[in-house]
Design a binder for this molecule. Structure first.
Ligand SMILES: Nc1ncnc2c1ncn2[C@@H]1O[C@H](COP(=O)(O)OP(=O)(O)OP(=O)(O)O)[C@@H](O)[C@H]1O
Length: 549
């Protein structure tokens, strides 16, 4: 995506806030005109005192000066307040868009994604867009309008004055920023990427703290972190150098153009083409009128990081989901599941499932066994429609999965994966996720089936016991039983269980298997390596290298 395309896309987001944006621009233009008017009127007052210029009485000039000063403050405040109102409203809108996009992309497109980088986009990058919305759009408009008005003034003084001012403004507003952008574009992008990588690295280090300590790998990890930090420092140093270069060239431009303005106007004065008043007015106006275009020029530095952030945010917003949401299809009842000649591979990898044809019957418990990596979990993900098969079809009750409404599918299945995700909340609320309107009694029933209730009752706060982030305060077996309690509580007609008893002792496993056997109304598909778990299944499917053996 080119920068121009990116800016157009970012501008489109402002549409709902067009009116406040116009207000901010008007306030900004008037504010700058007041600011430029102050030195011009001051010089007129000085000329008045020295008797060189006597168009207006001194007292009137002083009153105008006072009014301009007050107005300048009020208008600047109004512009800033409006711009920030727009920016923060927009950030809320963009966050909403990003969360919607992430929901749309999950789980398939987020599976292999760098989580630290995603967090960096949601937090830092969106925050940085404030610069674009509060300090970029209206300054550009303000600079354009104010410069046009000023050029009209210069033209009134002399056409040459206008030409000099116009060239100076163009250099300040276009040539310098363009040069800065050209120099710093790649560095800005690299800086943002490196910061994203650093977030991932920190997150990963934090999660793997015990492993790092156990293998005494802390110091080498620290070395890597220092190395990354040095790289970021180096990039930021380069960005600062470019920023300084821009500052120096802007100041130089103001001085040189003012000198040129003086020389040209003085020569015109010598030829009796302009009065001394016009010479002074042109130079003062030239010196004091760079504010708006300079604000524009300064943007170039921030714009580098802002556009890099904008690009990363837009990439998420525009990423196409792997499985589009299905809506507005006629509803169907759950029934037998049928796979016909199904083949599947993750991206361009080797095929994981090959020409798989099999049936899962409604109300039956089917077991799947096979070597590690033979594609058992992948088959469950295909049944959940996290991915679509590359060839063949999967049907429920003779309807293709791709023609079943996504929300109905989510209600049909409960999927207990090998990893249980728990939230920073109470035990009760963590289980309630499976059925939001469940009564406490229903939750307790589910926990009894998952052999969890007795353990919960031993805790001082019982079902109200808080669980720390990611369930780190629970054992592997306790987490696994929490996941099973969710599945029991859910009203799903089909439960997919991926190694549901791998962390359980014989006693707990026995209680859970019995509870599963009693779920007569439900279809259960059970993946396990354990012989004991397979005792309850009616039919076993053996998988070997993506095929039924
Ligand atoms: N998101 C993914 N992207 C790419 N490859 C993947 C992904 N998930 C799994 N795989 C690969 O697909 C193959 C099958 O994995 P799968 O998890 O389905 O096997 P499994 O039979 O369930 O194994 P296990 O018994 O160890 O859980 C493995 O080689 C695995 O590395």
């Amino acid at each position: 995506m080119s920068n121009v395309q990116l800016i157009i896309k970012m501008l489109k987001l402002v549409k709902p806030l067009t009116l406040p944006m116009i207000g901010a621009v008007i306030l900004g233009v008037l504010g700058f005109l007041c600011a430029i008017g102050i030195p011009v009127i001051s010089v007129m007052a000085v000329l008045q005192v020295t008797g060189m210029h006597s168009h207006f009485p001194l007292s009137s000039l002083l009153v105008i000066l006072l009014i301009l000063a007050i107005l300048r403050g009020v208008l600047h405040y109004g512009e800033q307040a409006t711009n920030h109102y727009i920016a923060f409203k927009l950030l809320a809108i963009i966050r909403d868009h990003v969360y919607t996009a992430l929901r749309r992309l999950a789980p398939a497109k987020l599976d292999g994604k760098d989580k630290g980088n995603l967090i960096s986009i949601i937090t830092n990058d969106i925050e940085l867009l404030e610069v674009f919305y509060a300090h970029t759009i209206s300054p550009v408009m303000i600079a354009l309008l104010t410069s046009l008005i000023l050029l009209k003034f210069f033209a009134h003084l002399h056409i040459y004055a206008m030409i000099i001012a116009m060239i100076a403004y163009l250099v300040m507003a276009i040539v310098i920023p363009f040069y800065v952008h050209h120099q710093g574009h790649e560095i800005g992008q690299k800086n943002r990427d490196e910061i994203g990588n650093m977030s991932s690295f920190l997150l990963e280090s934090y999660r793997g703290l015990s492993t790092l300590l156990q293998y005494n790998a802390g110091s080498s990890r620290l070395q890597q972190m220092m190395h990354k930090s040095d790289e970021i420092e180096d990039l930021q140093g380069q960005m600062k150098k470019i920023e300084s270069l821009q500052l120096v060239s802007s100041q130089l431009l103001i001085s040189i153009s003012s000198v040129i303005m003086f020389v040209v106007m003085y020569m015109l004065y010598l030829q009796n083409e302009v009065s001394v008043y016009r010479v002074i007015a042109a130079v003062v106006l030239m010196l004091s009128s760079f504010g708006p275009v300079m604000a524009l020029s300064n943007l170039a530095n921030n714009l580098l990081s802002t556009l890099s952030s904008g690009r990363r945010v837009m990439a998420i917003l525009e990423e196409k989901e792997l499985i589009p949401e299905v809506t507005q299809q006629p509803e169907i009842d759950f029934g037998n599941i049928q796979l016909q000649d199904v083949s599947f591979a993750y991206e361009d990898d080797d095929p994981i499932l090959q020409n798989l044809s099999l049936d899962f019957y409604k109300g039956e418990i089917t077991g799947i066994i096979g070597k590690s990596g033979s594609g058992k979990s992948t088959l469950l993900k295909l049944l959940m429609r996290f991915y679509d098969p590359h060839c063949g079809v999967i049907q429920i009750n003779e309807r293709e999965l791709s023609k079943i409404n996504t929300s109905s599918m989510r209600h049909m299945f409960a999927y207990v994966t090998q990893e249980t995700v728990l939230f920073h909340d109470t035990i009760e609320n963590n289980i309630r996720i499976a059925k939001l309107d469940a009564s406490l009694q229903e939750i307790q029933e589910a926990c009894k089936k998952a052999s969890l209730h007795d353990w919960i009752m031993t805790l001082p706060e019982g079902y109200q016991t808080p669980i720390s982030e990611l369930g780190s305060s629970l054992s592997g077996g306790e987490k696994q039983r929490m996941a099973l309690a969710r599945a029991f509580l859910s009203q799903a007609e089909c439960i997919l269980l991926d190694e549901p008893t791998s962390n359980l002792d014989v006693l707990n496993e026995g209680i859970i298997l019995k509870a599963l056997q009693n779920e007569k109304e439900r279809t259960i598909i059970l993946v396990s390596h354990r012989e004991s778990t397979m005792k309850i299944v009616k039919r076993v499917i053996h998988m070997d290298q993506g095929r039924v053996s």
